[in-house]
Design a protein around this ligand. Sequence first.
Ligand code: NDP
Length: 282
Amino acid sequence: MKDIDGRAVAKALREEVAAAAERLREGGTVPTLAVVVPTDDEGTAWYVRSIAKTAGKLGLDCRVVQLEEPGRDEIVAKLQELSADPEVHGVICQTPLPEGVSLAEVGWYISPFKDVDGANSESLGRLAQGRRTFAPATSAAVLELLRHEGVRLEGARAVVVGRSTVVGKPAALLLVNESATVTVCHSRTKELAAVCREADVLVAAVGRPRMIGAEFVKPGAVVIDVGTNPTPDGGLVGDVDYEAVAPLASAITPVPGGVGPVTTMLLLRNTVEAARLALEHP
Ligand code: NDP
């Protein structure tokens, strides 16, 4: 079994992003990401600080826009304002959102040209059509890790556990676009373990700590664990029971240190790409 080192993949991306940001800065453009934070959530605040810190180190600007108890209309207005701001190249809206507000709905108000975390349904539609677009960064991180490991996807059997719009569905679309044969599972899937055992590539995006045990994994499968479940001692645990699954898998992402670091880096790479495209097609 081999650990797939997300931090090493992120490091390689880091150099690529920093170099691209530097080229833009030399031409007078500071690639800028705006992060709208609509709720007062400790986990979100930590994540946003980490994005801003990494952005700064790589030569990007990160504008954190904290909204105090906003309703749907305030969130939409802010996303529209940032989408129209020529100095902003990427816009993301952090979850959780206030009750009754969904990312699928407010994401529509992020310009598709600045939609660096694929929240606009137009971005998801383009993904479904196999066209060029910004995919949600977490799902793109799954593919980036598989690519980095040289996993052959064409004709491979892939099973994605989870059908959320931000992770499971876009990951499945990205895998289909790479010519994998994809099954998407969810809470109503019958005989889940047996379905998962068919996978050459198993992606867990469930949000249930250590749910995927040895009985879900075919020997030699590649396992990507998207889960980030907080533990009582302040740590993180994945959706996969790492100790049980690692001896079976040919390669597996640890948590932490797998999908997470790559996700942040792809968000920043998308922002730099959006800035570059804005210059090319003003
Ligand atoms: P959601 O809660 O939106 O979706 C969870 C999915 O898992 C749903 O489709 C649900 O099915 C399915 N599910 C729940 N219980 C079961 C079960 N017992 N058996 C089979 N399927 C089940 O979560 P997200 O997609 O937003 O996130 C998934 C995980 O990824 C979480 O741990 C989250 O923290 C993590 N995450 C990590 C990121 C990163 O950068 N590393 C970024 C974003 C998320 P149904 O649709 O039927 O309810």
